[in-house]
Design a binder for this molecule. Structure first.
Ligand code: A3P
Length: 313
């Protein structure tokens, strides 16, 4: 069926046996040896934690809040390094009648060949990043965004039902999620992998919840980190540009065209949008009380003895 054609099996990688799509095996070595540049800007995150939002913020800050230039689609301004390893992209584009050249279809090449300064998105756990980042021989700026796993899980579920043809129900998915049996593995190992390196490497660590609570403050922190001066007026305009409503209606970031094409190709998908709800604590309306309880126990277990103890209750 259509899903068997596009959705890969998961393989286990590294000491921590992190789940990754099997096609990633075709990329692992190339990414390990990827030539990093000191003026690269990377946004790293676990899926569904506010990556797109962070990318748009970072790109705008780095490009002097140039709304005109920002009309170019985010996925070419800020390519997603390992996107092509998540499914059989060629087959999928073929089925969608998308006329993408080979070059454009290979996300790795897109990131590699980008004109500097390059902007690169990745969901890879720290241990799968290029060697040059891990050993500190290159020092690109990395912005890592994290989010309450309960909200990220619900968001991941809707993402899968919208874009990956999943049929699973939310309660079952939450179990799979807490067993770390999803692409990119455990959200906790992912967060801690970057958190532990934040002082030794060039990593700015931000949280989705902070962006919701005080976006201008996060913009200022990110601008300082990126060594950019923004005027109060620019911060005000950027805050508006990054609002949920504005992002939802922004064709350069909402992948509406892609979703429409997927719909037209009769891909099995739930109704919905990529920029979906954007609310902190929305999980309370979607997860059962029992699952929330299990989640809380799972979170307590994972954060015990770390600085995340007071987070994400
Ligand atoms: P929800 O599914 O909870 O709405 P990612 O970009 O990592 O895939 O993260 C997607 C999540 O970020 C989605 O969460 C999406 O709605 C939310 N998001 C995107 N833009 C946002 C914005 N401007 N403000 C708040 N949330 C946003």
């Amino acid at each position: 069926g259509i899903l068997d054609d596009f959705c890969p099996r998961l393989v286990l990688l590294g000491e921590e046996r992190t789940c990754m799509p099997e096609y990633f095996l075709n990329y692992a070595e190339r990414i390990k040896n990827f030539e990093v540049k000191n003026d690269d800007v990377w946004v790293a995150s676990y899926p569904k934690t506010g990556t797109t939002w962070t990318q748009e913020m970072v790109w705008m800050i780095a490009n002097n809040v140039d709304f005109k230039a920002g009309e170019e689609p985010l996925h070419t301004r800020f390519p997603f390094m390992e996107l092509s390893s998540l499914f059989d992209q060629k087959k999928l584009f073929h089925a969608m009648n998308a006329d993408l050249s080979e070059q454009e279809a290979d996300s790795y090449e897109l990131a590699k060949n980008m004109k500097s300064p390059r902007f690169i998105k990745t969901h890879l756990p720290f241990f799968l990043l290029p060697d040059q980042i891990k050993n500190g021989s290159k020092t690109p700026k990395i912005i890592y965004v994290s989010r309450n796993p309960k909200d990220a899980c619900v968001s991941y579920y809707h993402h899968g039902r919208l874009l990956e043809g999943w049929r699973i129900d939310l309660e079952s998915f939450a179990k799979v999620y807490m067993a770390d049996k999803v692409a990119y593995g455990s959200i906790w190992k992912h967060i801690f992998g970057y958190w532990e390196k934040r002082n030794s490497l060039n990593i700015l660590f931000i949280k989705y919840e902070e962006m919701k609570a005080n976006l201008p403050a996060v913009i200022k922190r990110a601008a300082k980190f990126l060594e950019k001066q923004l005027t109060e007026e620019q911060i005000k305009l950027l805050t508006q540009h990054l609002s949920f409503e504005s992002m939802k209606n922004n064709k350069a970031v909402n992948i509406e065209d892609f979703v429409d094409k997927l719909k037209k190709s009769n891909f099995p998908m739930e109704d919905g949008a990529f920029i979906r709800s954007g609310i902190v604590g929305k999980y309370k309306e979607e997860l059962s009380p029992e699952t929330i309880k299990r989640f809380d126990g799972w979170i307590r277990k994972n954060v015990a003895g770390t600085s995340f103890e007071q987070e994400y209750n």
